[in-house]
Write a protein that binds this ligand. Structure first.
Ligand code: CP
Ligand code: NVA
Length: 338
């Protein structure tokens, strides 16, 4: 077991991460993603998550030092988005350019998909032009259908079921803040949605203690809860499910929430009413550890899922999370396409 850049135990870190680009033997021994897709958190082993965090930290340092890092020179990323995006789109696009490559962006309404061309055919064609594809489909099933024709790696930039690179970037943010992940308690309070699923799975696989508080009607998918429990048991973490926000937040190192209505969901007054007691307030934050941070994937609705005083207060690290998206997207691109 080696010691990573922040001094915590990792399966792969220290010198190896700095040398693999130039050293084929180190590269072969490291858990890179070697042209694999990332569709959900279940596609990544714990060692791969650690490698991604290490690589993202390394790329972040290079950018902060102003060192060029054009490891993907000559590579092209195709981007296919069905929903709007500020962070994911920019992180992929700017990240690809900073790695020396190129990114092309297409909204799905611009494609022949609108005239009935199938998802697998679209993927087959795109795969002939680009080295990788970043996709944001409303329905995870459409992403799976798209994979039927894809012959290059595909990266899920959010579906209604998962948001894996968001969760990876959030782990990077926590790692940056606390110097490691194992043993940290993260409380997710609110809708058991895509972001909740991904955090629960990636956090559990990283040996964290994850607590989820949501109303039973809007709890995360039981099959994914079961999987997260198994991952937590393997990694020495735990998973607690409750409908009581106070119970989830007690002793937490991080309190996380997301919008109460996700993209593509019909506006539903019943859901908003059910989730109203799950708003993250200063009173709720006071149940967490005194140094606990507040997290949100953004965009946020102040005073709906989180009190503005928390969102804009000293414990909020939401903009660090957004900034770290860039570094994590670059790590995913590099380890898969490099
Ligand atoms: N958090 C997130 O994925 O933001 P965007 O929808 O702006 O990409
Ligand atoms: N759960 C939110 C996340 C947005 C980044 C949504 O799907 O709209």
């Amino acid at each position: 077991m080696q010691t990573g850049v922040a001094g915590h135990e990792t399966g792969w870190g220290g010198g190896q991460v700095y040398s693999w680009i130039d050293d084929p033997a180190a590269r072969a021994a490291a858990p890179g993603l070697s042209r694999r897709s990332v569709l959900s958190d279940l596609d990544l082993s714990r060692a791969e998550v650690e490698a991604l965090v290490e690589t993202a930290l390394w790329l972040k340092q290079q950018r902060e030092r102003g060192e060029p890092h054009p490891y993907l020179a000559g590579k092209t990323l195709g981007m296919l988005f069905q929903h709007p995006s500020t962070r994911t789109r920019n992180a992929f696009q700017a990240g690809m350019l900073q790695l020396g490559g190129h990114a092309t962006f297409l909204g799905t309404h611009e494609l022949q998909l609108t005239r009935g061309e199938t998802l697998p055919d679209t993927a087959t064609i795109m795969s002939r032009y680009v080295d990788g594809i970043a996709a944001r489909f409303a329905a995870h099933d459409d992403l799976i259908a798209f994979m039927g024709g894809a012959s290059v790696p595909v990266f899920n930039g959010l579906s209604e079921r998962f948001h894996p690179i968001e969760a990876l970037a959030d782990l990077l943010t926590l790692h940056d803040h606390y110097g490691g992940l194992k043993g940290l308690k993260l409380a997710y309070v609110g809708d058991g949605n895509n972001v909740c699923h991904s955090l629960m799975l990636s956090g559990a696989a990283s040996g964290m203690h994850i607590a989820v508080a949501s109303p039973p009607r809007f709890a995360p998918d039981p099959a994914l809860v079961e999987r997260a429990r198994e991952l937590a048991a393997q990694a020495g973490g735990s998973l607690q499910m409750t409908d009581d926000p106070l119970q989830a937040v007690a002793g937490a190192d991080a309190v996380y929430t997301d919008v109460h209505e996700s993209m593509g969901q019909p506006s539903d007054g019943g859901k908003r009413a059910a989730l109203a007691p799950y708003k993250v307030t200063t009173t709720l934050m006071d149940e967490a550890r005194p140094e606990a941070v507040f997290m949100h994937c953004l965009p946020m609705r102040r005073d709906e899922e989180v009190e503005a005083a928390v969102a804009d207060g000293p414990r909020s690290i939401v903009f660090e999370q957004a900034a770290n998206r860039l570094h994590m997207h670059k790590a995913v691109l590099l380890l898969s396409l490099g």
